[in-house]
Design a protein around this ligand. Sequence first.
Ligand SMILES: [Zn+2]
Length: 113
Amino acid sequence: MRKKIVDLDKIKITCSCGGKTKKIQTTWKNIPVRAWKCVKCGEEILHPLDADKAMMIAKAIQNKEFSVKVRKVGKSFTISIPHKLAKFIKLREGEIANWTISSEKELIIHLSK
Ligand SMILES: [Zn+2]
């Protein structure tokens, strides 16, 4: 029997309504994922690999695995990035992190890749 490995990025997916789909970038619980969107009914079918990763990240957030204590180093403060999170965003040493402040309770980091 012949066995074939399917490249999910190349196969055409048809929605359960019969409509054609197009590849899109979307989010699930604010986590970026690849998906196929039906041009007929608008339903989004998440990429299974990205859906697995997103579920792992969502679970880690829920379990407070990404909650870290702010530490002081001299006059500055330091916040570590947990390994699982760094791996998910493919963080590399030497990248430049740019801060944006949205409120006193929310900081946003933009990475220069
Ligand atoms: Zn559809």
